[in-house]
Design a protein around this ligand. Structure first.
Ligand code: SF4
Ligand code: SF4
Length: 569
């Protein structure tokens, strides 16, 4: 039997999983309209590639990835594009983002699908491209684009692939039911991932002991494969990436590093399923399994839900009674966040809609002062000092927050869960992380602006010097012309002097081209910044304009580079 390692901290909240496992995976009627946020993943928002009024087919790409760390978005059903505009999206900050709305035609007309059952004949890069093109992102966590994760893994030797099937958060059973019903397809997805990673030596599936049916299904599906199903003790949060790697291998991922830095890649079981569909069946990521649960719902169950479905549509089909609900949560009670409206859409990372009753999850009691009991530090699975982090977050002491490894916090909420003073610790950490990232970005922008200003000053000074040389040449020529009775030789000399002043030496030409190159690169930087802004909040037309301007600036850089290379040759 495989040796397991125990992580520090952790808690044992009531599981509340049985209620949503009484029925198998259900399907819902197609909603009248679907709202697709273009940022459902970590990285840059996707860029719309359709216009209002376009008729789209199920599975058709409606927004393209806009960089290496981005993911396209596809139409979850056939219909008409009815809006491309900013809408509120499901996010702890309550932010708005560019969304595409589709009015469904209820016909479910698919694009032509091209599956690759023979994916082993393709190169790992080609398979990775299929995964990227299908818009697959991590379904169990923050939504990291899967192809980027696997590509990153490929840049370093990967010896271990870990499939995360722990699903440790209370109430959520989406992975559990998916494994029970579709284990064979998950194993096929693991085969695809292994191919992309160039066949890692070890493949381990980590699953918590509270899922006996899923464990049996996995063991059955893994027969005659080298994949090892490893049952880990039930403790929250054993499903954190760093925590699971440690439990299964005893190896710690150093602060600020990724599993790939120690030769491992960790992928959620639901993501493995989505990868199977993307590569073998040719289907983009347009739906996911999610749990709908809580006492305010008459039916607790898992559904295969189209991405973009408004939460209200799901609740309506689950006999939801609004007055019985204390608050609507997207995700689980530990890591989820309250929804400001039931009209917000399901996204690729939505694992659960939790509608608890007032007695089930009561309104939060008011926050009290910290009594320095130390329970939060005991519960922390990342061995942090939550109480200290709380003090520094309150005083906005960014330096100390980083020195105390704030960015190692996995936002599991175990510290908030045990805090007798009801301090919403994890909310302080989330907000501090956001502030630190914003201030880092502001510093980078300020440094770039300063660089641009200094460069402009140098350019202006040089231009002034050049003008001065010309003025002097003209003055000397005029003097000579006056004093030497305009001899032909003097006139020629003056002309030569002027020509010389105009004609730069090779060194001067090189310096001039280098300055032009630097200026062109800066204009490219500026254009890229404007494009990123437009992608975040601009209209489709503004995005197209900025895209063209980036292209123009890029061509200018290339042209100048070529001229410089020719001169040097
Ligand atoms: S658990 Fe709460 S009260 Fe106790 S030390 Fe931590 S923050 Fe303070
Ligand atoms: S939320 Fe962060 S600080 Fe709190 S227990 Fe989890 S990892 Fe530790």
């Amino acid at each position: 039997m495989r040796q397991l390692w125990e992580t520090p901290g952790g808690v044992h909240p009531p599981e509340n999983k049985v209620q949503s496992l009484k029925l198998g995976i259900g399907h819902l009627a197609i909603p009248e309209k679907l709202i697709l946020p273009l940022i459902q993943h970590i990285g840059d928002a996707a860029k719309p590639c359709v216009a209002i009024g376009d008729v789209v087919l199920k599975g058709q790409k409606i927004a393209s990835a806009s960089g290496d760390l981005s993911a396209p978005v596809h139409a979850p059903t056939s219909g008409v594009i009815s809006a491309i505009e900013d809408r509120p999206v499901a996010h702890p900050s309550g932010m708005s983002a560019l969304c595409i709305e589709i009015i469904s035609d209820s016909e479910e007309r698919w694009i032509d699908l091209y599956g690759h059952t023979d994916y082993k004949q393709l190169s790992p890069q080609e398979v990775s491209h299929l995964i990227a093109d299908a818009g697959v992102t991590g379904l169990g966590g923050a939504g990291f684009p899967s192809a980027a994760k696997l590509d990153n893994g490929r840049t370093k030797p990967v010896n271990t692939l870990i499939i995360n099937a722990t699903e440790c958060e209370p109430y959520i059973t989406a992975d559990d039911i998916l494994i029970r019903e579709r284990a064979a397809e998950i194993i096929q997805g693991i085969g695809v991932i292994s191919h992309v990673l160039d066949m890692p030596r070890r493949i381990l599936i980590g699953i918590e002991s509270n899922k006996p049916e899923a464990i049996d299904a996995l063991r059955e599906a893994c027969k005659s494969t080298a994949i090892e199903v490893v049952v880990v003790p039930t403790k929250y949060p054993s499903g954190g990436e760093k925590q699971l790697v440690y439990i299964l291998t005893g190896q710690e991922i150093p602060s600020g590093q990724l599993p790939s830095d120690i030769g491992m890649v960790c992928v959620n079981s639901g993501t493995a399923f989505a990868i199977k569909r993307a590569v073998i069946d040719g289907q983009p990521l347009i739906s996911r399994i999610m749990t709908v649960t809580g006492d305010a719902c008459g039916i607790n169950r898992n559904y295969e839900v189209l991405i973009g479905t408004p939460v209200s549509h799901i609740l309506e089909k689950n006999k939801f009674i609004r007055k019985n609900c204390s608050r609507l949560i997207m995700g689980g009670p530990m890591m989820g966040f309250s929804l400001s409206s039931s009209e917000l859409p399901v996204v690729k990372t939505t694992t659960c809609i939790l509608a608890p009753s007032h007695s089930e999850i009561p309104e939060e009691d008011p926050q009290q002062p910290c009594i320095r009991c130390g329970l939060c530090a005991e519960a922390c699975p990342a061995s942090l000092l939550p109480q200290q982090l709380y003090w520094y977050a309150q005083s906005e002491d960014h330096e100390r927050l980083q020195a105390h490894n704030l960015f190692d916090c996995i936002e599991c909420g175990a510290c908030s869960y045990v805090c007798p003073s009801n301090i919403p610790l994890v909310q302080y950490y989330r907000s501090s992380k956001g502030n630190i990232i914003n201030s880092r970005n502001a510093k980078i922008s300020a440094a770039k602006a300063r660089e641009r200003f200094e460069f402009r000053q140098v350019r202006l000074n040089k231009a002034e010097q050049a003008r001065e040389v010309k003025r002097e040449a003209r003055r000397v020529a005029t003097e000579k012309a006056k004093t030497s009775s305009s001899s032909a030789a003097d006139i020629i000399n003056a002309a030569n002097l002027r020509a010389k002043a105009r004609q730069a030496s090779p060194d001067q030409q090189k310096a001039k081209l280098e300055r032009s190159l630097m200026a062109a690169k800066m204009r490219l930087d500026e254009a890229q910044e404007r494009l990123a802004e437009a992608n975040k909040s601009g209209s489709a037309e503004q995005q197209a304009q900025q895209h063209a301007s980036v292209e123009g600036a890029r061509q200018k850089v290339e042209q100048t580079k070529r001229r410089l290379e020719e001169l040097i040759r």
